[in-house]
Write a protein that binds this ligand. Structure first.
Ligand code: SF4
Ligand code: SF4
Length: 97
């Protein structure tokens, strides 16, 4: 499965290499989290019912299904809190970095 990962940015050298919209291809990150995240998600595995709502809604695809448990790839989590907001059992809390 394609997950976010750091890829070297190659500057376009020809007009054909420019993206056609205001976005770039999915899964392209020029850098890992540079330290600007102020809060991060912490999960209570006892409260998690593994509904995968957080997994589906994380805008950065940084939630992992690891051996039947939810984990976070903190290299790319931006601390937006969508996962915590959408969790039906409040299993995810946002804590200060
Ligand atoms: S949304 Fe909450 S209950 Fe559902 S998988 Fe994520 S952490 Fe678990
Ligand atoms: S805080 Fe945002 S980026 Fe980080 S895992 Fe939750 S939804 Fe994804």
């Amino acid at each position: 499965m394609n997950r976010p990962k750091k890829q070297e940015f190659k500057f376009p050298t020809h007009i054909d290499e420019y993206p056609t919209g205001p976005q770039y291809k999915a899964g392209f990150l020029p850098e890992i989290n540079a330290g600007w995240r102020s809060v991060r998600p912490v999960i209570d595995h006892e409260a998690c019912v593994f509904c995968l709502r957080c997994y589906l809604l994380c805008p950065d695809g940084t939630i992992l299904k690891e051996n039947g448990k939810i984990e976070f790839d903190m290299d790319y989590c931006k601390g937006c809190g969508v996962c915590a907001h959408e969790c039906p059992t409040d299993a995810i809390k946002m804590v200060k970095e």
